[in-house]
Design a protein around this ligand. Structure first.
Ligand code: SF4
Length: 234
């Protein structure tokens, strides 16, 4: 085993320890899978070693076909069901009637409102009653995420937020995926480093920031869906 592989396995064991400690401290813990590369690592560690952590993901209704294929492949790989949460259909009908089916392109406020209906509301329902939720965010992903902490109080949702991959590098994430032959979204091989809803995600060119592929028509500091608060260094 190479030094990198040993380092990755050691970091994976640390994540398992943190999740077990979180179960002791918070009693009920869920993991909000983004279906990105980090989710491949966390899903493997959770279903392999800490299955008491409930895994869910949100189907916004605007995902890529390749993302739905990934959901199927993940479920077959582990022979387990991923719990899917959906937006409220009446809320979407109301939003579309007021803003148009692609109205999220008309300014940050409208885009944030679409994310609120399609992502934040089902997320709030999914985490209700849990002591903590787990996210796969990493410091490298953006200047805002670099300022995150391994455990934080998520005041908007009333529970703790745990980020066990915060200090993982992209190479470590992909080293784990390849080393364990895990399913991942085929769009990652076509220039999509970060994948969300289809109309709000594009491929990036070599040298571009990975987050440039999300909501690229907005200024840099605004590009979060609301699950992770935007921070700036003081
Ligand atoms: Fe709406 Fe785009 Fe947010 Fe998806 S990413 S919820 S389509 S604004």
């Amino acid at each position: 085993m190479s030094e990198l592989s040993k380092q990755i396995e050691a970091k994976g064991a640390q994540v398992v320890d943190r999740l077990r400690a979180a179960l002791v401290e918070y009693r009920t813990v869920c993991y909000a899978s983004s279906l990105g590369p980090e989710s491949a690592v966390l899903t493997d560690l959770i279903w392999g070693a800490v299955p008491q952590v409930e895994i869910f993901t949100i189907d916004t209704g605007r995902l890529f076909p390749e993302t739905y294929d990934l959901i199927e492949r993940v479920q077959r790989h582990y022979d387990r069901s991923l719990r899917l949460y959906y937006p409220d259909s009446a809320a979407i009908e109301h939003w579309v009637a007021a803003n148009g089916v692609n109205g999220f392109r008309d300014g940050v406020a409208r885009r944030s409102a679409c994310c609120a209906v399609r992502k934040l509301a089902p997320f709030k329902r999914a985490v209700a009653g849990y002591g903590a939720w787990v996210t796969g965010v990493r410091r490298e992903q953006s200047a805002s995420r670099a300022l995150g902490a391994p455990v934080e109080w998520d005041a908007a949702n009333g529970l703790h937020k745990i980020s066990p991959l915060l200090d993982w590098s992209e190479d470590e994430v992909w080293g784990y995926i390849r080393g364990h032959r895990l399913p991942y979204n085929v769009l990652h091989d076509r220039g999509y480093p970060s994948i969300g809803c289809a109309p709000c995600t594009r491929a990036v060119q070599f040298g571009e920031d990975p987050r440039d592929g999300r909501w690229w028509w907005e200024r840099e500091g605004a590009r979060e869906c609301g699950l992770h608060p935007r921070r700036t260094a003081t």
